[in-house]
Design a protein around this ligand. Structure first.
Ligand code: NI
Length: 179
């Protein structure tokens, strides 16, 4: 088990466009995914992207088997490893909701996202993934994949008046669960 350091906003490595994975089912890729899972679980996150631990590859993980104590009212998203993703918006509809990020600790902001998307890509074995999703699941995928294009959620915000410290905005959220 290796819990890696999570890069914070301001680190130039979070602004890179990540490289596609070219070798599936490799020891290096499996090790990367183990580290991402260990790091995400240790931080109680809803998702994590390889660039957040300084790895310049198009790999994200998200979802959980159980409800996240930080998001008890939100739908469960199936645990997913997504490599070389492509997101296609379905329709013009967008929706606003609060987001946090392990690379922007202690903050929350309202971010517009596509309501419905199709996403494709591969798992760590090279098997294809092709899903059509909406709502929170669609939001999580868009947030995590944005890390692969060098985008952090504050860069997607349209109303900076809806950006602030979690402890002020949501005082019921424990201070140690602050992504
Ligand atoms: Ni994030």
């Amino acid at each position: 088990m290796t819990v890696r350091d999570i890069l914070k906003m301001g680190d130039a490595r979070l602004l890179r466009v990540a490289q596609p994975v070219t070798a599936f089912d490799s020891d290096a890729l499996h090790l990367l995914i183990t580290d991402l899972l260990d790091t995400m679980r240790a931080a109680n996150g809803a998702g994590l992207a390889a660039p957040q631990i300084g790895v310049d590859l198009q790999v994200v993980i998200f979802g959980s088997h159980a409800r996240n104590p930080r998001y008890p009212d939100r739908p469960v998203v199936p645990p997913t490893v997504l490599v070389n993703p492509v997101i296609t918006p379905l329709g013009e509809a967008t929706e606003d909701d609060w987001e946090g990020c392990l690379s922007v600790p202690g903050m929350r902001g309202v971010v517009p996202r596509w309501s419905r998307i199709r996403y494709t890509g591969f798992d760590q074995y090279g098997d294809p993934i092709d899903r059509t999703v909406e709502g929170f699941h669609a939001r999580v995928v868009q947030h995590e994949c944005d890390h692969l294009w060098g985008k952090l959620y504050p860069m997607r915000m349209t109303d900076m008046a809806q950006f602030g410290f979690t402890e002020v905005l949501f005082p019921d959220i424990a201070a140690d669960e602050d992504d």
